[in-house]
Structures are given as C-alpha cells and as structure tokens.
Design a protein around this ligand. Structure first.
Ligand SMILES: Cc1ncc(COP(=O)(O)O)c(C=O)c1O
Length: 385
C-alpha cells in the first residue's frame, strides 16, 4: 500500500539542534528538526488573524493526510496530550446508553477501557495477547451477539509493542454491523497510509509530537461530520467536549480556552516538512528503512525482537532482554544515554523487553550510530546477547 516517495519528494535531513540534545529513539516526544523548533520563537496572540489563519491551514492539511476533506470530515484540535484527544472522543461522542467494543492488545487499548470505566460507559472488552493481532472472526462474533454495542474502538499501532492492527478490516466490520468506529492512530498517523473514508473511520485521534514530528502540546481528532453533529448533549466534560470545540473553531476560528500557540507554530512547519518529504509515502519509506537497519544490526549483535516479523510495524520495535544475567536494563539505558542516545523501557506485561523507536527526525546514519554505541555498551557490560 505504501508507495515510494514521488520523484518530486525531497528527503532533506535538517539539523536537529544547535545544542547537545540526545537523539530520541522513543515513541515521543521525538527528535525534531531545528526548523520546527525555530518556528516557535515567536509570540502570536490567540485572537490574531495570523493565528486564526494558521489554525485553519493546519486543520485542512490534517484532513489531506487522512485522504479526506471537509465537509465529509472535520479536523478538531484539542489542547493536551494524546490521551486528552482520546478521552474527548470517548467522553463526548457516546450516548448515555452507548456501549463500546474495545479491542485490546496492549497498554493503550487497556487505557481506553479504563477511561470508559471512569466515565461509566458500558464496555465489552476483546483482549488478545500483546504479541497477537485481534482475530476478525472474534470481533464479528461480538458484533453479532452483543446487540448493545454502538461503537468499535481500536488502537492502530499499539506502541506498547509496535504491532500494527488491521484498521481497515475492522472498519469494514464496523460498517457492516452499523457501528461507529474510533481509531487511536496516535503513533501511526502521518507515517502509515490510511484513508479515513475508505476505512470507514468516524473518529481518528493522533497528536502533535508523533509522526508529524511536531512538539507536544495538543492532540487532534479527525471526525466524520455527520457522526459529530449527531453527538449534541453527549459530553461528560466541559473542556473535552469535542462538538463544542469544533463549533468554537468554526464560529470564529478561535479556541474556547488558551491554545498552545507555540506548538501550533511548530506544527505548521512540521506539516510543511512532511509535505517536502513526499507526504505519508515519503515518511513511511524513511521510517521503514530506519527500522530495517535497526533490526538487521540488532540481530547481528544477537538481540531478538519480541514480535513475529509479520506483525511488526516500522514505528517502534520491542527487543527481548538478552538471556545473560549481566544484562540489566538500567545500566544498558544509562550507558547509551550518557553517549547521547535515549531508548525506551518496555511496556509488555509478559516478557522483559526494551523498545527502540525509529520515528522522528532520524535518518539511516542515526540508526548506524545507535547500533555502534549499542555494540560498545554490550562489550563494556560483557553481554552475550
Ligand atoms: C497508541 C497510543 N495511544 C495513546 C497514547 C497516549 O498519548 P499521550 O502520552 O500523548 O497522552 C500513546 C502515547 O505514546 C500512544 O502511543
């Protein structure tokens, strides 16, 4: 599905920083280009016509990345991290008698279940092991037998492990059974091609500091307009009310509450850099290459991935701890960190893993640099991976 970058695409590596910041091989916040950071060096009033134009431009560009446009879909920016965007959808688009079918194979799916419980929304949980994709037949079975289900909810790339769930196939099932469909595409949007309309998505959430390569400060929701308009009166929170947020943005282009002006300035620059790279296809090609280099190098050093190759995406990879008692993650992590390379602890519940992200403003040579220092640290620790 991913095409190579078009011939006009320029994969330009920009300086990341003038300082001595570490390279972030994490799920976000990520390493960003110097130009993205520089775009924030301005003070822009939240009611300024220039800011209003900036927000409008961002909203249009986001829809384009999802392969859609207004009025079929609308982009709503929500202050706060990704979790706030998810909670906005869960808390304000489900009717009082609604019921979620939440497909879970990792920590972020479990968080959505927790949200529903806090909000006292009925939930049907379909959980599989963290190294397994959900079975479509089981989803269909749940939709056939639990008539109370109104919404299907799934995480696209479960950043817990890096597994990529079948977004379009689940969308087709939701559509067949007349259910709303909400996809948490936090760590995939902008890097894994997805057409919202073709995948029957009613709501998709992602955030500024993931694959678009902006800085933290807000999340955004891409919503099917007809579904959003039908949610009047469902909100269980004032600040996270998705419909009210959209109405505010539509009425006068302004946010209801203080917007993260600097993050939005950085984000517009990040969106332009995404376009320069050849859009989603161009970014996918770079991340995929980063992933391939990392996995080949780690295998050479004796490390093994947690997921089967067929289930592994090119966003983040979980590696098993080597079966050597001299390996301790804290020492491994601190030694890499001292050399300027930040990796991430594992989040899998049934295996000892650490994670290495290949997203953000990172290029082939950064992956080779990381592999080089991992080899040095393993040698220092006398680890046989
Ligand atoms: C798939 C997914 N969902 C939700 C979140 C939560 O986002 P945040 O930490 O920005 O609140 C993350 C964060 O990495 C994520 O990867």
């Amino acid at each position: 599905m991913d095409n190579p970058p078009t011939s006009s695409a320029k994969i330009v590596e920009k300086a990341t920083n003038t300082s001595t910041d570490k390279l972030l091989f994490t799920p976000g916040p990520l390493t960003t280009s110097a130009t993205v950071k520089q775009a924030m060096l301005r003070d822009l009033g939240s009611r300024d016509y220039e800011f209003i134009g900036l927000v409008k431009d961002i909203r249009t560009r986001l829809l384009t990345i999802g392969g859609v446009a207004a009025p079929e879909y609308e982009a709503v920016i929500m202050q706060g991290s990704g979790t706030f965007g998810i909670e906005s959808v869960i808390s304000s688009t489900v009717p009082p008698d609604g019921k979620l079918l939440v497909i879970v194979n990792g920590a972020y799916g479990r968080r959505i279940v927790q949200m529903a419980q806090v909000l006292r929304i009925a939930v049907h949980v379909l959980e599989t092991a963290e190294n397994q994709k959900p079975a479509l037949a089981e989803i269909e079975h749940a939709l056939q037998h639990d008539m109370a289900i109104t919404h299907v909810v799934m995480v696209h790339c479960e950043t817990t492990t890096g597994i990529v769930n079948p977004a379009s196939e689940v969308g087709a099932l939701a559509r067949r059974y007349g259910k709303h469909y909400f996809l948490d595409a936090m760590s995939s949007f902008g890097a894994i091609p997805l057409n919202l309309s073709a995948s029957h998505i009613d709501y998709l959430v992602s955030s500024a500091n993931k694959c678009i390569e902006g800085v933290p400060g807000f999340s955004f929701v891409l919503a099917r307009r007809t579904a959003l308009l039908a949610t009047e009166g469902y909100a269980r929170s004032l600040s996270l009310d998705l419909l009210a947020q959209w109405k505010g943005l539509e009425q006068n282009g302004q946010f209801r509450f203080t917007p993260p002006t600097h993050s939005l300035l950085a984000f517009q620059q990040a969106l332009m850099e995404l376009e320069e790279e050849g859009g989603v296809a161009g970014r996918a090609a770079r991340y995929r290459r980063n992933h391939q280099i990392l996995v080949a190098g780690m295998r050479k050093l004796g490390f093994q991935e947690y997921l089967a190759e067929a289930d592994q995406g090119y966003i983040i990879t979980s590696f098993l701890y080597p079966p050597d008692e001299r390996f301790t993650f804290d020492v491994f992590y601190s030694r890499l960190n001292a050399r300027g390379f930040a990796i991430y602890p594992g989040k899998v519940s049934n295996a000892n893993c650490f994670r290495i992200g290949h997203i953000g403003h990172l290029f082939e040579h950064n992956m080779h640099q990381l592999l080089q220092v991992i080899a040095e640290v393993c040698q220092e620790m006398a680890i046989q991976a």
